[in-house]
Write a protein that binds this ligand. Structure first.
Ligand SMILES: NC(=O)c1ccc[n+]([C@@H]2O[C@H](COP(=O)([O-])OP(=O)(O)OC[C@H]3O[C@@H](n4cnc5c(N)ncnc54)[C@H](O)[C@@H]3O)[C@@H](O)[C@H]2O)c1
Length: 350
């Protein structure tokens, strides 16, 4: 039986408690939250679990083998560091940290302490995203030309990170996973409408080594809840819609092809391929459950997780580069000159 401690019982933490208490070989023994109202909520939902407002108490417990950190991003670094130093395996929510430097330190510490460090990039455990990866790996899609992701909703509004770090971390993790690579060039635009220093909306573009382009639109200031990804390859095109649980993927046998031979200029044209649409049957299991099961398996078998510190660090590296671009990008139309920091866009290679 793996004993767990959870730090942060806010919006997302209760899901981990439900799932780890559902498995036959794990049990949440203690929950820490600095907010007494949240501890009251645990009392009602899980009366058997022990509670504390001091996470250090949780780290001192010998019956806690692993710690789940589900607090705001700004606190991840300090809490994960303390948990690793206390000899605990750690599952931390996404993104792992705010900076690459912090993530590098945590990776080195986990190595030194011989502890498992995993980040909750939950979409890598989503059946639809995994099927897309399969279609890319087995050649079904052909060469991937571009992908475009939309992740919008009205709220919830974060106060410690912007929409890029909060929502965009999901799409960056998906792009990295599907292409099994990191971007070589990035650019982003964002704007702060609700709060002084936090972007609510971000439009970002990323170019990967084989010229694959990716684009994402993330926002918590939008009337529609959308969770979509379009993948355009030279053999097939696919649309993933996470708000459609029964049919999340549609695979289109569509494309435009050049005629291989032509005798005259008039014959030089593209042939339209517009054939069947496949809706694959996916075994739908709650992605968070698959993710948390993977963490337990890694803890039990001492295996490196799919979303280990290195994967999570690379996501942060891309987010950091996008931030550099977002905070400096633009052409001043009056002077027709780049804004002072605009050159960073081209240099923001990762
Ligand atoms: N994977 C997903 O789809 C997903 C969805 C939502 C949130 N998240 C992630 O989960 C994390 C938490 O998000 P949330 O929406 O639950 O936030 P939240 O603000 O609702 O909850 C965070 C909780 O942590 C507590 N807390 C803060 N600092 C603490 C500390 N030092 N010690 C103990 N408790 C502390 C707060 O009191 C609060 O109850 C974030 O990293 C977020 O990115 C992931």
């Amino acid at each position: 039986m793996i004993g767990l401690g959870l730090i942060g019982y806010g919006h997302w933490g209760p899901n981990h408690v439900r799932i780890f208490n559902h498995f036959h070989d794990s049990c949440v023994r203690i929950i820490a939250d600095t907010d007494s109202q949240r501890l009251k909520a645990v009392r009602q939902q899980s009366p058997e679990v022990e509670l504390t407002d001091d996470y250090k108490e949780l780290l001192r417990r010998p019956d806690v083998d692993a710690v789940v950190v589900a607090t705001p991003v700004s606190s991840h670094y300090g809490l994960v560091e303390a948990a690793l130093l206390a000899g605990k395996d750690v599952l931390v929510e996404k993104p792992i940290t705010y900076s690459t430097m912090e993530a590098d330190h945590l990776i080195a510490l986990a190595e030194k302490q011989d502890r498992i460090l995993m980040c909750g990039h939950v979409f890598l455990f989503n059946a639809g995203i995994r099927r897309l990866r399969q279609y890319i790996d087995d050649g079904t899609m052909g060469r991937v030309y571009y992908m475009t992701a939309t992740r919008t909703n009205l709220g919830p509004v974060r106060r410690d990170v912007n929409a890029l770090y909060d929502l965009g971390s999901h799409d960056v993790s998906i792009f990295h996973y599907l292409l099994d690579d990191k971007p070589v060039e990035v650019g982003a635009w964002g704007e702060k409408f609700l709060q002084l220093d936090i972007e609510d909306v971000c439009f970002a573009s990323l170019r990967f080594p084989n010229k694959t382009m990716c684009h994402m639109h993330v926002s918590w200031l939008n009337p529609r809840k959308e969770r979509t990804l379009v993948v355009v390859g030279d053999k097939k095109m696919a649309v993933w819609d996470d708000t459609s649980p029964l049919e999340p993927i549609r695979l289109y046998d569509k494309g435009l092809m050049q005629e291989p031979y032509y005798d005259s200029f008039g014959q030089f044209q593209f042939r339209l391929r517009d054939a069947d649409v496949l809706i694959p049957k996916l075994i739908s299991e709650e992605p968070l459950k698959v993710q948390d099961r993977h963490f337990l398996d890694c803890v039990q078998n001492r295996q490196r997780p799919l979303t280990d510190g290195k994967f999570a660090r690379d996501v942060v590296e891309t987010l950091e580069s996008l931030m550099v671009s977002m905070r400096g990008m633009g052409i001043d139309r009056a002077s027709k000159r780049s804004k002072p920091t605009a050159n960073r866009v081209r240099r923001a290679r990762v």
